[in-house]
Design a protein around this ligand. Sequence first.
Ligand code: NAD
Length: 317
Amino acid sequence: MKTEIQKEKILVTGGAGFIGSHIVDRLMETGNKVIVFDNFSSGHMEFIEQHLGKPNFTLIKGDLLNAEEIYAACEGIDLVYHVAANPDVKLGSVDTRVHFDQNITATYNVLEAMRRNNVPNIVFTSTSTVYGEAEVIPTPEEYGPLVPISLYGASKLACEALITSYSHTFDMKSWIFRFANIVGDRGTHGIIVDFIQKLRDNPQQLEILGDGRQSKSYLHVSECVKAIMFVVNNSNEAVNIFNVGSEDTINATEIGEVIVEEMGLENVEFTYTGGNRGWKGDVPRMLLEVEKLKRLGWNSGYSSERSVRETVHSLLH
Ligand code: NAD
């Protein structure tokens, strides 16, 4: 007789968002019991509606800042993917509270919910911005000191510290992923979405923040999710920290050129707001070392350009 494989009960905070909904798709495909916890502040019902009504899918409309709601949602859970956050890096310069509340306090509430319910495993979506303006590029996971230059980066670093300390103090296991720029279908924010919007409003001109030479690594969300699943299945330390990105960069002007080409536009004038960064807290050059991921056995064939081009294509069609 075949033994039935025990599927896990997995809670995904932010599961109705861009990256979260792709994680949910993958977890559903592999037959897990999936519970999405989302307040729909930037999430969308249409990203998860394909799963509504399935017996192994539950949606909880809840807010991580209401501690009791997340405490209740964590009962009987084996693994939490904590993806919910406010991911808008620019916002920190005009609203100093939002990342503290939505990222640090929200993460504390998730960890407390886990501790109270004896949930043993957490996956966390962190960011390259924890490195600040790194002097070593490509930047490896062990780079330090970590000196974020945005309030967003600071909040995510604080979340990482809470997660690693909870892991060691309360015998939890954690997987922390420091993402480069993740792009793809269902993307709702970031440079590609901004440029497409600007060009739809005015197909003759594109305003680019900074000098256009800010160059960063971009990775398609499909590859990002594959990397996460691979690492979670193949690493088993108390704390597992991995960079996730492509191995090259593309700059803001080049992204503009890809979008203009994919939109079939001609004679578009590029204008620049000037300065070497897009906004206060923007890191002008970012490339993560992914040797640790490769040593574990995972390798993405995606370049930054391919990631951007496929994203533009899917957002336009
Ligand atoms: P997103 O805004 O699409 O997703 C965030 C989700 O969390 C949304 O569905 C939102 O409704 C939900 N949410 C926010 N606050 C909540 C709260 N208080 N309670 C319940 N739900 C809440 O963003 P994304 O780009 O998919 O980012 C997902 C994660 O990946 C975030 O943690 C972000 O910091 C991280 N990240 C993203 C990128 C990127 O390039 N997109 C890069 C590095 C790290």
